[in-house]
Ligand binder design. Structure first.
Ligand SMILES: *Cc1c(COP(=O)(O)O)cnc(C)c1O
Length: 403
């Protein structure tokens, strides 16, 4: 049950009652079959094999390798540690070109292992690295490119691959958003030297916390295994630097249960995406981020760009108005990694070269989707957005100052 708005004063931000009695979240976890998860948990306890490449982890790795179309997959405790392990195992030194328009973990992983992130602008159409801008940033100090398949839409894989080969650079992908996605019909997971997935609770397939590194490169996979497990090549035998990046059995059990339900999750996301598409059609100043219908998509994000000049309403005020109504819309990735510490202090002038990133960081937001959101809620939410956009300048004039 939702409460429609007829006058400006009906808005919760201006003292009216909330449109949605229950809170709608971005990134509310999708849950698979509970009974199957409980069975797997019982099996884990019966085996008393809790971690260190137990049967659940091995099965999870096999199934992910098949989905990604690669021979090697390593499950890890989370994608951030996965990226760090990957960067250490590739032994890169110097600079790595990376988007600023990404989750901060992409950039922190570079910094943590002593690499210098070189921020590159993104393509306004795909929100992923603009390969033409990447080409301009390559210098003798460049060691690699860390691209992100943002929102689950594949980055410019072919162009980046050609560029990396021409300059002898290592190409890696943060595929945290992109399980099940494809590029020219080939699954994400097999591109570049290696790719890293995330199964954090907010991702559409989750293992509570978790990640995976996928690669075609057998020698790299061997080094990754050492780095994931303290450098151990056998009992008491340490042959490389390393950390503890292992996935536990219970995380893998959740991951397997999520994978079992992945077709349902994708189906719900696609249905929700289509409902938003219909509900927000012909709304000047508000654009829904497009997935390429020729590719396989997971539709896990409903991302919008608001044109403040055209609507008389800033993205931040729109998000505040929605949150007041119990719709916890989220800004992404505000204010951009280059404006966050330590990069903001280390590279104070980076913003000058990132006009698209700066524009997106001020105009992009995400709306709730996933199995916790149904088409009736989406229809009501789209009506609410229409109402807000129809009253942009009046709302801007009437809104209380931001807290
Ligand atoms: C979620 C996310 C990560 C980090 O994943 P964790 O598993 O939480 O460490 C990295 N990059 C991107 C783009 C993400 O969205």
């Amino acid at each position: 049950m939702t409460l429609p708005k007829t006058r400006l004063a009906d808005l919760a931000l201006l003292g009216g009652s909330r449109a949605f009695p229950g809170t709608l979240y971005v990134g509310r976890p999708n849950l698979g079959d509970r009974r199957r998860l409980h069975e797997r948990l019982d099996e884990i306890l019966d085996r008393r094999w809790l971690t260190n490449q137990g049967p659940c982890v091995l099965e999870f790795e096999e199934r992910l390798a098949a989905l990604a179309g690669v021979p090697h997959c390593l499950a890890v405790c989370n994608a951030t540690v996965g990226l760090e392990i990957l960067l250490r195992a590739t032994e890169l030194r110097g600079e790595v070109i990376v988007p600023s328009f990404t989750f901060i973990a992409t950039v922190h992983a570079l910094h943590t292992v002593g690499l210098t992130p070189v921020f590159c602008d993104v393509d306004p159409a795909t929100h992923s690295l603009d390969h033409r801008r990447v080409a301009e940033l390559i210098t003798p100090r460049t060691a690699g490119i860390l691209a992100v398949h943002l929102w689950g839409r594949a980055a410019a894989v072919d162009e980046l691959t050609v560029l990396a080969e021409r300059h002898g650079l290592t190409l890696l992908f943060d595929a945290a958003h992109a399980l099940h996605a494809s590029s020219h019909g080939r699954p994400v997971g097999g591109f570049g030297r290696a790719e890293v997935f995330s199964f954090h609770g907010t991702k559409f397939v989750n293992s509570f916390e978790g990640g995976a590194i996928t690669t075609h490169d057998a020698a790299l996979a061997e080094r990754l295994r050492l780095h994931r497990n303290f450098g151990f090549a056998g009992y008491d035998h340490v042959v490389s630097p390393g950390t503890n990046g292992k996935m536990s059995e219970i995380a893998a059990a959740m991951g397997l249960t999520s994978l079992d339900a992945m077709p349902d999750f994708v189906g719900v996301n696609a249905r929700n995406y289509a409902a938003y598409q219909a509900g927000l059609a012909n709304l000047p100043g508000l654009e829904l981020f497009p997935y390429d219908p020729a590719e396989r998509n997971n539709y896990q994000y409903v991302v919008l760009t608001l044109d403040a000049a055209r609507t008389g309403l800033s993205r931040d005020l729109l998000v505040r108005a929605l949150q007041a109504e119990n719709v916890l819309a989220r800004r992404y990735f505000h204010p951009g990694c280059h404006r966050m510490e330590p990069y903001r202090t280390l590279q104070p002038r980076a913003g000058g070269t990132l006009p698209v990133t700066e524009r997106l960081a001020d105009s992009v937001f995400a709306l709730p989707t996933g199995t916790a959101v149904d088409p009736a809620a989406i229809a009501a939410l789209c009506d609410l957005l229409r109402f807000l956009l129809a009253h942009g300048p009046a709302l801007t004039a009437a809104a209380p100052p931001a807290p």
